[in-house]
Ligand binder design. Structure first.
Ligand code: CMP
Length: 140
């Protein structure tokens, strides 16, 4: 399988509970490398652009409010089949359905406050990475 990159966000519920290190440990234990990382306060504009695909969903407003409610950690993860691998490590969007050993099983609080985001495909990953990182901030 090819070396790939995916985009990750540790969401405000995770930073509020000081879980950056605990989640990063699960990411690294899965064989993914954190090749870029920064802690930011997302602007409303950034959050609305990032989640534009969900604009028509009833939870869009709540989702944007949540993502700007506290610091987030944005990351680029690299590894073999990184997109799918990270989706496996995150677990199901709804933590009550997430498998044992996953980030969301261990840490997520609800479908909205679900601790992490990961890209759903390599193409979306590239777009998401470009929204938050310039090329020279990613060191593989
Ligand atoms: P994420 O992977 O960041 O992509 C879209 C997000 O929308 C998803 O994780 C959830 O946090 C959020 N989401 C999905 N369904 C709901 C819902 N029913 N209510 C609130 N937030 C939701």
């Amino acid at each position: 399988m090819a070396i790939e990159r995916t985009f990750s966000i540790l969401k405000p519920d995770a930073t509020a509970r000081n879980l950056t290190g605990a989640i990063n440990a699960l990411i690294e234990q899965a064989g993914l490398r954190i090749v870029a990382q920064k802690r930011i306060r997302m602007t409303r504009d950034q959050a609305e652009t990032f989640y534009a695909v969900h604009k028509a969903r009833p939870f869009f407003g709540e989702l944007v409010d949540f993502m700007v409610s506290g610091p987030v950690v944005v990351q680029v993860l690299e590894g073999e089949g990184a997109v799918l691998k990270y989706r496996d490590v995150m677990g199901a969007t709804d933590p009550s359905k997430a498998a044992d050993g996953t980030i969301r099983k261990a840490h997520a609080q609800s479908i909205g406050e679900n601790s992490v985001h990961g890209s759903d495909a390599p193409e979306t990953g590239a777009i998401e990475i470009a929204q938050f990182f310039s090329g020279n901030e990613i060191v593989g």
